[in-house]
Design a protein around this ligand. Structure first.
Ligand code: SF4
Length: 302
């Protein structure tokens, strides 16, 4: 049975925010159409409509965290896209966090590129000044073909513009890339264009995830009908290897494979320095005959 959660119920957070204070700002996702995404469509046994929480309710939750002495912890403002909220609302919450919870290490949230583009440079500056340190954004692919097929609702050009404007405002940017999102048909384009967009943005961090398809996503039907084909572990690793190898020399991002869906756990604190090591390590995996026989994880939740 699938239950519908109210907006104050937090469905997901990034793995890196596992030990953070989680404060729900929005529920659900205002877009909720990406074909591969089941987060608010029942993947966790729950659905959740998009909603912006009343500011007094959010402040009550921050007061509760202060009461329980969560001072000095990082704070994650939860919900699919808190940046859909008016800037003044967000600034008030971030300032409240920083006063109520002393010595906060980091304030972060998910962000959608189109929400960022709707904000002026002055608004982004205000968010940075209030103390928004980093946003997590799903680029997924740099290929417009893949983005369109997956109904991401955003183009590569919009991601580049939003990413650069965030970085210019002094807000760190962590992008997610989904290996295998182009299936067999668009794998080459997915690799080439993703490397191009990452090179244009040079985000603070980018993180790999590997496509698994949940029955609660629209992509599940394409998988069942044979219209979409999942890549093997070998092919996913090859995509990652080729994305890294195709990055421009300017890219200094941190790179993480910090997700259960991945087939490797190689990380880098600066891909410009570690690129050769990264590619060589992936080549050594790809040259190991056992990798070709590795079964797919076939996760239905991520
Ligand atoms: S991937 Fe992100 S933008 Fe797309 S539906 Fe899921 S939460 Fe919304």
């Amino acid at each position: 049975m699938t239950v519908k959660f109210p907006p104050e119920h937090i469905v997901i957070r990034p793995p890196v925010e596992a030990y953070s204070v989680l404060i729900a700002v929005t529920g659900g996702c205002s877009w909720n159409k990406c074909k591969f995404c089941g987060t608010y469509k029942g993947m966790y046994g729950t659905t959740q409509d998009y909603a912006l929480r009343p500011i007094e309710d959010v402040k009550d939750d921050i007061d509760q965290a202060a009461k329980y002495n969560y001072h000095g912890f990082p704070v994650f403002l939860a919900g699919g896209n808190p940046t859909s909220a008016p800037t003044d609302y967000l600034v008030e919450i971030i300032k409240y966090v920083r006063i109520a919870l002393r010595n906060v290490q980091r304030v972060s949230c998910y962000a959608k590129a189109l929400d960022i583009l709707r904000k002026s440079d002055e608004e982004l500056d205000k968010l940075a000044e209030a103390g928004l340190d980093i946003v997590y954004m799903g680029l997924e692919s740099g290929s417009n073909t893949v983005l369109r097929l997956m109904k991401k609702g955003t183009t590569a050009a919009s991601f580049i513009k939003a990413g650069k404007r965030l970085l210019n405002a002094g807000i760190k940017l962590s992008l997610y890339i989904i290996l295998g999102l182009g299936g067999y048909k668009y794998s080459e384009e997915h690799v080439k264009e993703t490397a191009r967009v990452l090179t244009e943005i040079n985000p603070t961090i980018f993180r790999f995830r590997t496509l698994n398809i949940s029955p609660s996503t629209p992509l599940w039907e394409d998988l069942q009908s044979g219209e979409f084909t999942l890549l093997s572990p070998f092919e996913n690793l090859k995509e990652e290897r080729d994305i890294i190898a195709n990055l421009g020399e300017n890219v200094t991002s941190q790179v993480f494979n910090d997700h259960v869906s991945n087939y490797c756990s190689i990380d880098s604190t600066n891909i410009k320095v570690d690129r050769e090591m990264f590619v060589k390590t992936l080549d050594s995996y790809l040259n190991d005959p056992r990798i070709k026989k590795l079964p797919r994880k076939n996760l239905t939740q991520m």
